[in-house]
Design a protein. Sequence first.
Length: 257
Amino acid sequence: MASIALVALIYGVTYIGQGELPAEGGTTANIQNIVGLMYSSSLFTGVLNCNLVLPVQMNEREVFYRESKTLYGTLHYGLASLTRELPYLAAQAAVFVTVVYWMAGFVSDSAEAYLLFALTVFLVMLTFTVFGQLLAVLTPSRPVAQVVFSFVITFWNAFAGFAIPVTSMSPVVAWIWWICPTSWSLYALASSQLGDSTAPILPAGGGTTVPANIYLEERFGYRYDFRWWALLILLSFTVVFSALFLVALRFVNWQLR
């Protein structure tokens, strides 16, 4: 909890007042900065939680192997492992969002925007945590799990749609965007904060200004009316990873010779 509070303060101080588009004179750089802030902060919390849960789940795995046939069932242990994280992650999300959201100056006149932002950050933490638990079961050791996670997060980061928006990706690789949880977390965050903004934005090459919501859709492909669907898709990743975790607990045992 102390680490997430420290990270929140660092982001809040670094980007203080940078989460709101100027009423006049806004540019594409302003949108890029806001989207980047939301993406990097949420991604960092997810990666942090994945790295924190890996050693815990690895240590518990040995006890589970020994006791699962006599003391408790696989399904009960798996469900307990998943649900025990919820209060802790909810507290982390509350601390992080409260600090970063108001210090950065995100949308302050919409309870829905704040709620969607908070839920998205919570689901990012939860998705990465469950994925870390899944890796702890599927891989033989913590170093191997960390290598696999590094490989996966490289793809999730590259195809999240921030550095290269899905609208600019080649059709050959654009399908990867659809299967990355980071894509949908960024979609939900960006559309909730900027999707209904009509602030005039000056394109990078100059010319006629366009409303921020129009630029967001043309540049990133994000629509305001799809924001809650993006959140539900992000939730589906958590459900899938949770189901795979329960199945892996049943059939994967690294103590077998």
